[in-house]
Ligand binder design. Structure first.
Ligand code: MG
Length: 521
């Protein structure tokens, strides 16, 4: 099967292989990870060139196309000057009014940033689900160029405004009603200034910063938020960045919205914010650049020697946190693990594995592979451990409510567990739980194989991509991935241990319910 790439930026390694190579001397900066604009010498002048699409459904796609490209050249210290726009109009949007609207947005925003529209192409493109505007901006570098990769060991690292501004706006626009219902207007405290603000265009302050002698590197935050932007700057510069996480400014509205949805503000799409590298000797001068324009600016860390293992002391986010809020779209069924996920059966798996002498990935496979009489003896031992755990098991807080919320939204459910049929029945009876489909190990299928999950999907009569797996362990993630489920959520302890591998993670079921109540239609 071809290795399909997930939505979002294509991994740099794949791109690098194809775009690297000998470049003529007039190309001062060519394709490079984290560098959003090239630098070329034309007629003795240095020009920055950037190209970016606006590929989402946005009423102001024409305006955004100019802004993102103006930002990209401005962080090079280049004043936006000439703009080209390719407008690919989706057939269902192909009205004269829509085209006029897009092009006037492009023209007006160009004027706003001091650029002129010098050409492009506009067409109605069959097959497009929504319109796309691809912009290319040329800007002349006024002084010394600045790059993402200019950060040196010992430099200070700062940022303007706060983390996840753009994502907060998107979430408040899309889910504001439900968030307000949850908190009252409190959630919108400080949100007006975000929603009403004109902070997306960072070109003016980027140009001012670039002109400041002590500024060594600039990068604008976009997808993957501050975390990914810091990683990109560290990688492009060949250094590490030691960040004081608590120093990263997060607005109260952003913190509330992220808290409700289980998102990390540091990985939330964050246009409107600039990452700035600076010489410590010029720190005061750099601060003045921003304070003079009334733009909040905070030092959040400094550059250290590169450590290939981890470039930054905050996590990176190759996948933007915003994607988590769309995980439930199209989901028709939820497939639960039992032990540890719905019931707290306090299995101490590492100790049990040691006791049973299990070394392989799967306890069940290991025991089945033993010769007799060892096989029966160890199985009896495991069953005794399970019987004790089952007798002592308690139900996790919120399970009944969780099942109800899913039912209210017409989602079916299944239970896929490596426990035995007898124990499953005992627990479900005791806790009054019912599932549309149950697959336990007596079926002859068990995790971490995807087979029991596939069997549950088959019995549910749905498409795997329309199911969400919910578990607490690495087994659950492996099984869900192999069964090609639409997503996997880890709960409880698993959230702390596996949150980077899962699509969603919550410390407890009430938090998962809160998320579902906001995102489910
Ligand atoms: Mg479990």
């Amino acid at each position: 099967m071809p290795n399909r790439l997930p939505p979002g930026k294509v991994p740099w390694d794949i791109v690098a292989e194809l775009v690297s190579g000998e470049l003529p001397p007039e190309v001062v900066l060519g394709p490079a990870a984290g560098e959003d604009a090239a630098l070329v010498e034309i007629g003795g002048e240095l020009w920055a060139v950037a190209s970016d699409p606006v590929s989402f459904t946005a009423t102001d796609a024409g305006r955004l196309a100019v802004i993102v490209n103006a930002n990209d050249v401005a962080v090079r210290g280049a004043r936006p000057r000439f703009f080209l726009a390719v407008g690919l109009i989706a057939p269902h949007e192909a009205t004269e009014e829509r085209v006029r609207e897009l092009l006037s947005q492009v023209r007006d925003t160009c004027a706003e940033v001091g650029a002129v529209l010098i050409g492009g192409h506009t067409e109605v493109t069959p097959g497009l689900p929504h319109s796309i505007v691809v912009g290319t901006m040329l800007g002349r570098v006024e002084g010394e160029p600045v790059t993402t990769g200019g950060l040196r060991e010992g430099d200070l690292v700062g940022m303007t405004r706060s983390a996840g501004l753009e994502g907060t706006t998107i979430l408040l626009n899309e889910l504001g009603g439900r968030l307000r219902a949850l908190h009252g207007d409190e959630v919108l405290e400080g949100a007006d200034e975000i929603l009403g603000g004109d902070w997306l265009l960072v070109a003016p302050e980027a140009l001012q910063a670039a002109a400041c002698h002590g500024v060594t590197a600039l990068h604008d935050v976009t997808e993957g938020g501050v975390g990914e932007a810091l990683y990109e700057m560290a990688r492009a510069s060949g250094v590490g960045i030691d960040v004081e996480k608590s120093a990263i400014p997060v607005l109260p509205a952003t913190a509330t919205v992220c808290g409700d949805l289980g998102l990390d503000p540091l990985g939330l799409i964050g246009s409107g914010s600039l990452i700035v590298g600076g010489d410590p000797d010029d720190a005061a001068e750099i601060e003045t650049v921003f304070s003079a324009s009334g733009i909040p600016f905070t030092w959040i860390g400094h550059a250290v020697a590169a450590d290939e293992g981890s470039r930054t002391t905050v996590p990176r986010f190759p996948r933007d946190e915003l994607i988590k809020t769309t995980m439930m779209r199209g989901i028709e069924a939820v497939i639960f693990d039992m032990d540890g996920t719905l019931v707290d059966s306090s299995y101490d798996w590492p100790t049990i594995r040691r006791r049973l002498g299990v070394t392989g990935a799967s306890i069940i496979d290991d025991l089945n592979g033993l010769p007799e009489p060892d096989r029966s003896r160890r199985w009896a031992e495991l069953e005794a451990i399970e019987a004790t755990a089952t007798a002592q098991a308690t139900i996790h807080e919120g399970v009944h409510e969780l099942i109800e919320v899913l039912a209210e939204h017409h989602l079916s459910n299944a239970l896929v567990t490596n426990n035995s049929d007898a124990n499953v029945r005992r627990l479900l009876d005791r806790f009054g739980l019912h599932f549309d489909v149950i697959v336990n190990r007596d079926s002859g299928l068990w995790k971490p194989s995807g087979a029991p999950v596939k069997e549950a999907v088959r019995q549910l009569g749905v498409v795997p991509g329309r199911c969400l797996g919910v578990g607490d362990s690495h087994y659950d993630i492996l099984a869900a991935r192999e069964a090609e489920l639409g997503g996997v959520c880890v709960l409880h302890d698993g959230a702390g241990r596996h949150d980077r591998e899962a699509d969603l993670s919550f410390e407890d079921i009430p938090r998962f319910i809160r998320y579902l109540n906001i995102v489910l239609e």
